[in-house]
Design a protein around this ligand. Structure first.
Ligand code: PMP
Length: 455
């Protein structure tokens, strides 16, 4: 006999044995995790038959919908041939061809791929490679990293060191590397009437000074191009990246572009760096690379960096880093199917229409008395809820307004999952106009619900 599992059954069993990421588990006493049974397109369905529009692409990974037939097929085909082989001393066709394709579609000069299996590890790799490059070049003193205020780059210790979001970082501070933090180009706090370009330029002044004064001890600057994702979807102008590229060249410092969240079309171009017409020294990719199916990440870098490690074994200059599942063939095939969809379906052009619909659907939100800003970069749109619209004073974080909005929206069938009091949309690219309107309507209702007991 097949037993039908309910939400309550699974949630109870879950509470006995699981410990969930990014969660105060006690919160689940009041609101247990939702057991998802199946998913298709932009819709998730739980064990009690409720459906939820996945407005945040399941932590920003899903690009072309859940259970996408083309990606399903690619993985199924690979499954019968080769599921996994280690990438040290061995190779396989899916990873070779994927590297060729990534070199082709990423900005000029990024000609080598080093694989891993998640975003944080890609950041670790870029950091280690940068330091090790300078070491191999006889500059062991270049060992510090510069990050931006409000940055997020993952939560393993190296990646966490270059984060600046206190929620994730503060507790673990004693374990972390000492980094140099430059002001963020994030335009939320610009003066009234000041342009994004002007503000981002102004914020660069301090970065230039850091590079001018301390370049002998700095190996790399790491940034999330155009959108600081987990830092509340704060956005900035491409001019900052242009100025940063020039300064990194001038002061002999690497530029690491963490495109883990922004890559694969999220910001309106395939990669955010394209909007500044720059090419970094390291580009970290993950999340959307497999269409949101399987864990995979890669760091692309330049031939001259690769050559600095290329030597006789006995000189011990080789790059030492490995993960068991590096370059997994199933994940690589999911990536091929994802890149095929980009090639065949005119995705970037179609997304322009979807982005415009998202903008129109939320255009009136700026008049709301507790919405300080509605900002958008391509397929990412964020709504900042505040206590005081004039001063941008936030609600006390302990009031958890965003969480109230989240819970209300789930009851209406939309998965929004705000960060603090910022509600954002980052949907799969297969969303349609009607679904965008639903997402916007529920977002506004959820905000009003979360403000009900406003003091
Ligand atoms: N960098 C950025 C910009 C990210 O947004 C994330 C994930 N949210 C990471 C790194 C870390 O990726 P992962 O969760 O796969 O470790």
């Amino acid at each position: 006999m097949i037993t039908q599992l309910s939400n309550a059954d699974l949630a109870q069993r879950d509470r006995n044995v699981l410990w969930h990421p990014c969660t105060q588990m006690k919160d689940h006493e009041a609101w247990p995790p939702i057991p998802i049974k199946r998913a298709e397109g932009v819709w998730l369905e739980d064990h009690d038959g409720h459906r939820y529009l996945d407005a945040i692409s399941s932590w920003w990974v899903n690009l072309f919908g859940h259970a996408n037939p083309r990606i399903n097929q690619a993985i199924a085909d690979q499954l019968g041939t080769l599921e996994q082989v280690m990438l040290s001393g061995f190779t396989h066709e899916p990873v070779v061809r994927l590297s060729e394709r990534l070199v082709e579609i990423t900005p000029t000069g990024l000609d080598r791929c080093f694989f891993a299996d998640n975003g944080s590890c890609a950041v670790e790799i870029a950091m280690k490679m940068s330091f090790h490059y300078w070491l191999n070049c006889g500059k062991p003193g270049k060992k510090r990293f510069v990050n931006l205020a409000n940055a997020y780059h993952g939560e393993t210790l190296g990646a966490l060191s270059v984060c600046d979001v206190p929620l994730y970082k503060k507790t673990y501070g004693p374990l972390l590397l000492d980094v140099i933090t430059a002001p963020s180009p994030d335009c939320y706090h610009r003066e009234a009437g000041q342009s994004w370009e002007d503000f981002s330029r102004q914020q660069f002044v301090e970065m230039e000074k850091i590079l001018a004064d301390q370049n002998e001890e700095i190996c790399a600057v790491i940034v999330e191009p155009l959108v600081q994702g987990a830092g509340f979807m704060r956005m900035y102008h491409p001019i900052y990246l242009k100025l940063l590229r020039e300064a990194c060249d001038k002061y002999d410092v690497h530029l690491i572009a963490d495109e883990i969240a922004t890559g694969f079309g999220r910001t309106g171009t395939l990669f955010a760096c394209e909007q500044a017409n720059i090419s970094p020294d390291f580009m970290c990719l993950s999340k959307g690379i497999t269409g949101g199916y399987l864990p995979l990440s890669t760091v692309l870098t330049r031939e001259n960096i690769y050559q600095a490690f290329y030597d006789d074994f006995t000189n011990l200059t080789g790059f030492l880093h490995s993960h068991s599942y590096t370059g997994n063939p199933l994940a690589c095939q999911a990536a091929h199917a994802t890149l095929d969809i980009f090639e065949q379906d005119n995705v970037i052009e179609n997304n322009k229409k979807l982005a415009a619909i998202m903008g129109q659907a939320t255009a009136s939100f700026v008049d709301h008395p507790n919405i300080a800003e509605v900002r958008q970069t391509g397929m990412i749109l964020a709504i900042e809820i505040v206590k005081n619209k004039q001063t941008k004073e936030p609600f006390p974080w302990q009031e958890r307004r965003g969480r109230k909005a989240f819970r209300y929206a789930m009851d209406q069938g939309v998965l929004l999952r705000p960060m603090g009091d910022v509600i954002y949309f980052m949907p799969p690219y297969v969303i349609n106009e009607e679904e965008i309107k639903l997402m916007a309507k529920v977002a506004l209702e959820s905000i009003d619900h979360a403000l009900k007991d406003k003091r």
